[in-house]
Design a protein. Sequence first.
Length: 225
Amino acid sequence: MVERRVVPVEDLAAAIAEREAAGYRLTTISPADDPRWADMDGPDAVRLDRTADDAGTITVEPAPLTIPELAPELVVSRAADADHGEGRAGMRYRDLIPSRLGGRFIASHIAIPGGGRVPDYVHFHDIRFQLIFCHAGWVEVVYEDQGDPFVLRPGDCVIQPPEIRHRVLALGSDSSCSRWVSCSAGQPISTTSGSSPDASTRWRISGGWITQSPGRITNGSPWSS
């Protein structure tokens, strides 16, 4: 249970960058496809919220990971009508299931124009299941206890178990992926750069320690921040 000071903001990304420069560390941002709020720890505990009208104080408690009741419906999403909004780490997300089918599922098409290194954090998701499928270009990722970074190319996919820590490292020009998520009713999707699921601050990948400092992966390798 954490008491957080709510700070209304207009530009969430800019507000996060400003707080990081002041010594704060991002702990949680939600939802990943259209971030509305972010929790940051520093001199005090704050929640930056672009949907909040007024400043105040809230008490944040861990949300139980529950599966909402399915609300099935036919959903047709056409590329011609696509509207990609800015999501986490500068990636462009198109919502394929706006209703979430009652809150049980999220599906997104992720377009990544330009390519290059990604300003991502080491993070994990409070969800039941996530699948990433590469449609075009390539995506380099790394996962906790799963060896060296690897590249997804068109036709490749990866299935992520709950709370596995990972990071998107780099992207090819004009890459695109889709993701399917089975989520929690209490916290539809959250990306956390702070403590790991077991409260450890470091983990082993391919025989070497990779340490979070502060939140981004660093170990002196060519792909470190």
